[in-house]
Design a binder for this molecule. Structure first.
Ligand code: BTN
Length: 333
């Protein structure tokens, strides 16, 4: 079982007091919350260990530099269009790994965490997952489909995230095949899909979504250019509401995918395709190949027009746009 920490309700209660931005001393906070001064101090230390910036001044008490509203199961559930099984953690290794470890229940399970200590990205990359800033969400969904029919699912999830973000009034968003959501060439979200079991035409997908919400600058261990909703919108976003909107959109899109397959999403993809008509380099485990993007096919595979004029479909790989004036190295198509 992966390392996990259940939610300590004192964290939410303490932050509710400190979120007014004023200084509060340990005694008065303790009285309001029915906690000892030392329990308040321990909770403060816990927040600091999660790298929440707290100012502490002798004689005045504690104050938050930046308000922080934590996720709460009830706040999310009350906004959902249907009942789901929801597991929320203060900290966990990876929400995807957690859903792999549980005994599946009837219906759809979700896992959310305020922090991931081993968040995973595609292609064995790490997904930086600081406490309380972003959304780290996984969904365990059972399909009455053969694994071969799930191609395109990753693109559907990219479109789900894009739709959710657009509903916040964010413009200039694109999907970059297969799973990046970008704004001004900076990544704002990505998804990681793992297929768990497969028997007689049934399979279970674990769909993980990482979305940068209130994360701001600083010296962060992220190698790709990135952005967040807060950076774009200029103010913090209510993550409880955002989680509910994301889950509602995800469930609607998954149902549509179950019914009609990826063909129902091709137009939505084409409208938001960051790579359309671009010359790109595609790298996968077997090769590195250059070509001009000619859209996607009905399975969600990327179509590349190669130098000899032929079109080839790719089901996986990492893509990068070739800047004007860059020449292909010998041996590349
Ligand atoms: C990528 O763009 O490379 C995929 C990022 C996926 C990150 C999410 S965060 C929730 C879930 N748990 C994980 O460990 N990874 C996914």
């Amino acid at each position: 079982m992966p390392m996990m920490k259940k939610f300590n309700p004192n964290l939410v209660k303490l932050l509710n007091i400190l979120n007014d931005g004023q200084y509060h001393d340990g005694d008065s906070v303790g009285r309001r919350l029915g906690m000892t001064r030392s329990a308040v101090w321990k909770t403060i230390k816990k927040l600091e260990a999660y790298e929440v910036a707290i100012d502490s001044v002798k004689g005045k008490g504690y104050a938050l530099f930046d308000p922080l509203i934590l996720l709460e199961t009830q706040k999310i559930k009350k906004r959902l269009n249907e009942k789901v099984d929801l597991h929320l953690f203060e900290s966990i290794a990876s929400t995807n790994d957690y859903l792999k470890s549980i005994k599946p229940v009837k219906g759809i399970s979700f896992c959310l965490a305020e922090q991931q200590t081993s968040g995973k990205g595609r292609l064995n990359r790490e997904w930086y997952s600081p406490f309380g800033r972003n959304i780290y969400l996984s969904c365990l969904y059972s399909f009455q489909k053969d694994i071969s029919e799930l191609s395109g699912l990753s693109l559907v999830i990219s479109l789900t995230i894009l739709k959710t973000l657009k509903n916040y009034g964010i413009t200039g968003l694109f999907v970059k095949w297969p799973n990046d959501i970008v704004h001004g060439n900076k990544k704002i979200a990505g998804s990681l899909i793992e297929i768990q079991a497969e028997t007689h035409g049934f399979c279970q997908a674990i769909i993980g979504v990482g979305l940068n919400v209130n994360m701001l600058g600083g010296d962060l261990p992220i190698t790709q250019a990135w952005t967040s909703m807060r950076k774009i919108l200029g103010s913090p976003v209510d993550r409880n509401e955002l989680c509910a909107r994301l889950i509602n959109t995800l469930l609607a899109d998954l149902r549509e995918f179950e019914e009609v397959g990826f063909s129902g999403f091709v137009d939505r993809w084409s409208e938001a395709d960051a790579l359309a008509n671009q010359t790109i380099t595609l790298k996968n485990v077997r090769e590195e190949i250059r070509g001009k993007v000619a859209g996607i096919n009905e399975h969600g595979h990327l179509l590349l027009r190669l130098a000899n004029g032929s079109i080839r479909a790719f089901s996986s790989g990492d893509t990068s746009i070739v800047k004007k004036g860059e020449h292909s190295s010998p041996g590349h198509s």
